[in-house]
Write a protein that binds this ligand. Structure first.
Ligand code: KG4
Ligand code: ZN
Length: 360
């Protein structure tokens, strides 16, 4: 084998996705960048919009209904019959268990029917290994993963070797954006709505907190920020009977600035620790400038990107931001991580469980 081709499935949150990815091998190890032969994503935002967040039961049903359709379309678009594949990979956790279960069952079914190996992939590993798929980035590197469900700063040391340098002790930042939007009467998903509203806002009008910034280390918190925002809104409602579009813009700008500041300062701390802890590994890999990679829907946020770009520039780091479609949930990253896992560990057993929690 000089390459492997995998079908990947993703269904751990609110995207039903399937993709076919080819990974070239060198000495039996996948070498990026990989070739994305197809990547199908069926979003569910329309199903959850009325509730202002993902409803697990609705998500699970939609995954069960659409996974096979997504898989068939991915195979068709890639022009790869099942028999030409080397394995089937599916997200086996962490995530909303109904959806994860639907994906694992579908993946095992396809693999069994076609006589192919099955690989269960950690969703976070999928995000973490994306820069290898997109640009063939060498280990080690640092990853900031910020989405509706995740908030992690990870040292990515190998396909199954991760060290967590920081995380949120409460809400994920995307969740905080979504709750902020709901609080201010904006639509779902909230991130893009808040960013749009913030464009005409004054980030300094409301003094919102920077949670945990005064504490050393890389732990983060976002729920206090949301509470402060609610209080500011309630004070306005009390004083003037409602909030004006300008109030809303200012609140959004204040919230967004605080979030970007907390995330970028904590990430910068992790960068400094990483550069010291892994200096020898970086030198051994011949890496001249360490790389900070970003992933997750919140990585689309323009002020956050600007703050991270500045943090990298100040330290002589590279910033790697994969295209947005590969930052948010997709199955190409699952197929790629599946290839890395398959060649390291071989296939997973057919009784591999679906796991709601699965820390890296
Ligand atoms: O990675 P993703 O598509 O799904 C998971 O949560 O796994 O991330 C979705 C999250 C949502 O909370 C959404 O509000 C947030 O990413 N988001 C943004 C932006 N675009 C999406 N947050 C801030 N600014 C944005 N431009
Ligand atoms: Zn995700």
């Amino acid at each position: 084998h000089d390459a492997v081709t995998l079908l990947g499935l993703e269904s751990s949150c609110d995207e039903t996705a399937a993709a076919v990815v080819r990974a070239r091998l060198r000495d039996g190890v996948p070498q990026g960048p990989g070739e994305i032969l197809s990547s199908v994503v069926f979003g569910q935002a329309d199903l959850h919009a009325a509730f202002g967040g993902v409803v697990p039961e609705i998500a699970a049903r939609a995954h069960a209904e659409r996974l096979d359709i997504a898989a068939l379309r991915a195979l068709e678009e890639a022009g790869t019959p099942l028999a030409s594949l080397d394995a089937v990979a599916a997200t086996a956790g962490p995530g909303l268990i109904g959806g994860v279960l639907a994906g694992v069952m579908c993946g095992k079914g396809i693999a069994m029917g076609a006589g192919l190996p099955f690989v269960g992939v950690n969703h976070l590993a999928g995000h973490a290994l994306t820069p290898r798929l997109t640009e063939g980035l060498a280990y080690p590197y640092l990853l900031l993963l910020v989405s509706g469900g995740h908030c992690q700063i990870l040292a990515v040391l190998g396909p199954e070797r991760f060290r967590r340098l920081g995380t949120s002790i409460d809400d994920a930042p995307g969740e905080a954006f979504d709750k902020t939007a709901k609080l201010l009467g904006l639509g779902y998903p909230g991130g893009p709505e808040v960013e749009r509203a913030a464009k005409t806002g004054d980030p300094y009008r409301f003094a919102l907190p920077r949670p945990l910034l005064d504490r050393p280390g890389c732990e983060m918190s976002f729920s206090g920020l949301k509470t402060a925002l609610r209080r500011a809104r309630d004070r306005l409602v009390e004083a003037q009977g409602g909030i004006t579009p300008q109030d809303r813009a200012d609140l959004c700008a204040g919230f967004q600035a605080a979030t970007a500041e907390v995330l970028s300062i904590k990430t910068a701390r992790a960068m400094d620790a990483f550069a010291v802890d892994y200096a020898a590994d970086l030198a051994a890999a011949g890496t001249e400038a360490p790389t900070l990679a970003v992933a997750g829907g919140v990585a689309a946020n323009t002020p956050l990107r600007a703050a991270l770009t500045a943090a990298c520039a100040a330290r002589g780091w590279r910033l790697s931001a994969p295209p947005l479609a590969l930052c948010t949930d997709n199955a190409a990253m699952i197929a790629w991580a599946g290839a890395e896992r398959l060649l390291r560990h071989g296939p997973d057993p057919m009784d591999l469980p679906a796991r709601p929690r699965w820390p890296l």
